[in-house]
Design a protein around this ligand. Structure first.
Ligand code: RNT
Ligand code: ZN
Length: 420
């Protein structure tokens, strides 16, 4: 049998099975195609960026590996991202960091402006995708001692405040150009290796810096601010200035969004449990979907239990209240594959979540029928959701899972490996 008709027939069979539970897969796929996933540009080149000066991550994050073929220029990165668009269905967005600017001569980070991102904006417009943005508070001489916005050195602090302001201007520009709000995520690496004696002062300085950066108001139609909390990082094992409590309170008080990165908590702590609590008090959440292995290691997102929990809670709480971003950078495997695997896994998990008979399950739970809830939830795990996702791929003209490896290998051979 031809692959295409096998997929179509499997979908019809799957539909019958889901309809038995009162679920309509056609509607699920319609909803799925409207949930944007923001792809992190930095997986494409190991967080190097295109500044003509310093480099490296520093500050508690680390890309390891030297798999050949990484994008060396913005054009190559766009080329790879365009290939990714052929491999993934749905509404893709692209998330840039400030170090991915394009300029003929070096530009200081406190002087970057929309013009340095004009090519990105034009590209996104042509491709019909939205852009998100991130100030880059790491990999820079001014961040060498591990402090930026919470630095006790006024010159350093001022430098980074200016950077934050520049980045908000650029985000606003993206939003205006593309007609979809640009989510700007603020993450700083600030923290102490050893036990500090004045955590309060460092956090107080961070509040002051953020207040200044966020002082100028931009319309929600063009840009949205988010702040990303973290527990620890390499070299800042004892105290992270921008902790969960810090940013949760800051976000609530200042009306900015909170970012939850799945790698930024204790190893057994899951962000999926946090969404509902936060959404009772705040409008939206930015997610950084990642995979911590023993620590915030930023491994490629796989199809594991926590990913499913995240997707379930996104759907159950209303996907329109989430901005889903990916955040990992593995330099030991093909970077296009890394993107595609993580993106498709997130989407598969969302697909599975959308196929949940939520009314039935909620009713059982309210009525105390926990036996029924467990029976249905366990059966759902092995329902033919995969046939539904394959059909989604087919309908959107992208490879199904079984076709994916060959497509990646072909691109690797023709394009990426020629870059050495
Ligand atoms: C670091 C944060 C942050 C970065 C990116 C590159 O721990 O997760 O989001 O990964 O900005
Ligand atoms: Zn993150």
């Amino acid at each position: 049998m031809h692959l295409e008709s096998a997929i179509e027939q499997s979908y019809e069979l799957a539909k019958t099975r889901y309809q038995e539970l009162g679920v309509n897969p056609d509607e699920a796929l319609e909803a799925l195609s409207n949930i944007p996933i923001s792809v992190q540009c930095w997986q494409g080149d190991d967080v190097c960026g295109f500044e003509k000066t310093s480099g490296g991550t520093g500050g508690g994050i680390l890309a390891t590996g030297n798999y050949p073929g990484k994008a060396r220029t913005a054009d190559e990165l766009r080329q790879d991202a365009e290939k990714l668009m052929e491999l993934v269905p749905g509404k893709m967005r692209f998330s840039l960091h400030a170090i991915y600017l394009e300029a003929d001569t070096p530009v200081k980070r406190d002087e970057i402006a929309p013009e340095h991102f004009a090519k990105w904006a034009a590209w996104a417009k042509e491709k019909g995708i939205g852009l998100d943005f991130n100030p880059t508070y790491f990999g820079h001489p001014m961040a060498a001692d591990g402090f930026t916005l919470s630095s006790a050195n006024e010159d350093v602090r001022r430098f980074w405040i200016e950077h934050g302001k520049c980045c908000r201007r650029i985000s606003d520009y993206f939003g205006r150009e593309l007609g979809t709000p640009c989510v700007m995520n603020t993450w700083i690496p600030d923290g102490f290796k050893d036990t500090p004696v004045n955590r309060f002062a460092a956090r107080e300085r961070l509040v002051k810096s953020l207040d200044e950066i966020f002082e100028e108001k931009y319309p929600a139609e063009t840009m949205l601010d988010a702040v990303e909390c973290k527990l620890f990082g390499i070299g800042l094992e004892s105290c992270t200035v921008g902790s969960h409590e810090f940013y949760m309170n800051y976000a609530k008080e200042h009306g900015v969004m909170l970012t939850l990165d799945s790698g930024h908590f204790h190893p057994t702590e899951q962000i999926s449990d946090k969404f509902s609590s936060i959404l009772l008090f705040m409008k939206e959440i930015l997610l950084h979907v990642s995979r911590p292995v023993r620590w915030d290691s930023d491994h490629v997102v796989v199809f594991d239990d926590e990913l499913q929990n995240i997707a379930n809670e996104v759907i159950r709480n209303g996907a329109e209240r989430f901005h889903i971003g990916m955040d990992y950078f593995d330099a030991t495997i093909n970077r296009l594959a890394a993107w595609a695997i993580g993106y498709r896994n997130i989407q598969k998990a969302l697909c599975k979540a959308l196929l949940e008979p939520s009314d039935m399950l909620r009713k059982m739970e309210t009525e105390g029928d926990y036996t029924g809830r467990l029976l249905v939830c366990e059966e759902l795990k092995a329902m033919p959701w995969q046939a539904v996702y394959d059909y989604f791929c087919l309908r959107n003209g992208v490879p199904t899972g079984s076709e994916l490896p060959a497509v990646v290998r072909d691109y690797e051979k023709r394009v990426q490996l020629k870059r050495i």
